[in-house]
Design a binder for this molecule. Sequence first.
Ligand SMILES: *Cc1c(COP(=O)(O)O)cnc(C)c1O
Length: 412
Amino acid sequence: MADGSPVMTFDPYAVRAQFPILSRQVNGRPLVYLDNAASAQKPRAVIGALVATMEGGYANVHRGLHTLSNEATEAYEAAREVVARYLNAETSEQVVWTKGGTEAINLVAHGLGQSLQPGDEIIVSEMEHHSNIVPWHLLRERRGAVLRWIPIHDDGSLDMAAYADLLGPKTRMVAVTHMSNVLGTINPVAEITRMAHAAGAQVLIDGCQGAVHAAPDVQAIGCDFYVLTGHKLFGPTGIGALYGKAEALEALPPYQGGGEMIGVVEKDRITYAKPPARFEAGTPPILEAIGLGVALDWLGQFDRAAVRAHEEALYQRAREALRGVNGIRVLGDAAGKGAILTFAVEGAHAHDVAQIMDRYGVAVRAGLHCAEPLAKRLGVTSSTRASFALYNTLEDADAFAEALIKARNFFV
Ligand SMILES: *Cc1c(COP(=O)(O)O)cnc(C)c1O
């Protein structure tokens, strides 16, 4: 502005007011919800869209020739377009609905498994979520694939030199998270992809956290597959999406069999639909897809850089409050990391820490965070995680630090 006063580009209090659940009390205290990396709360826009669809425009999609079915189909396919735009996919045909991030990765792993030779290699990293580990372990057990692990540095960043050494002629797939759900590390996914492609391997990026941190550009990343999940993006549970390059999806065999995914079905012959229908057997999660579309449109109204700056400020506020407090070890300090603060309290199990914090109304997550190999690497048996979202405030960060210090005082 001309007078030099700051421009308010983002108001967390106004956003907060759109989330009915955030005004409730927990254990007699105002709720401080810091479990966003496990699942985010839903704004009125999403809740209202689900109700409005059920009350006014619901029927099964596709093939129905009646008005309600046509309306539902239109809304459902429009949501696919929203996801395609959010990811900057070339077309919405590259977006496959799944029931979440987990199913999307299983879909790709299952398809790859059909053409895998024993000894073929799959590269994952030490910071992966079990959803991006176990589907590849299944290929190890069933198809003789070899899993190779990109190590991490002590600050929680990937060891890219070690990654370069792991790549080779046997590498078929590199499956890496965009953003760690424990460390908050944001990985250089475009570079990871470029290196994998140079070695002739495909790339799957697990964007279950990364797609919340910022709207990804799958064309700029260049990956073959990108995965997101709806419930962490302020949308419903039971919905996620798999983006694939056209040729990568075309090369994948069907995942599940049923209605909608076929071309012709005869007694001794079958053909399959083109992607994305090939991978969408049965009645899809119609309401959930529509809800996710609304959630992404809702998210799209904000200046995302301002949102990230806000979340970063919350993270720094909480981090600063813990500096100099004995007995708390923060895990993950990579440059440019997202607003996830995971820590171990000396002499305490993370479950006890989280339970004490809950008494003060502070919701955090405790345990292994579905990332057991990472816990081993970090040398912890459990940890506690606070993950910030756009509707959290500086007061939340302060309440978090206060509750944590009280919890820690139990154990020292
Ligand atoms: C949450 C999460 C998943 C799994 O997503 P679901 O919604 O449980 O299917 C996978 N990877 C990462 C990094 C996650 O945070």
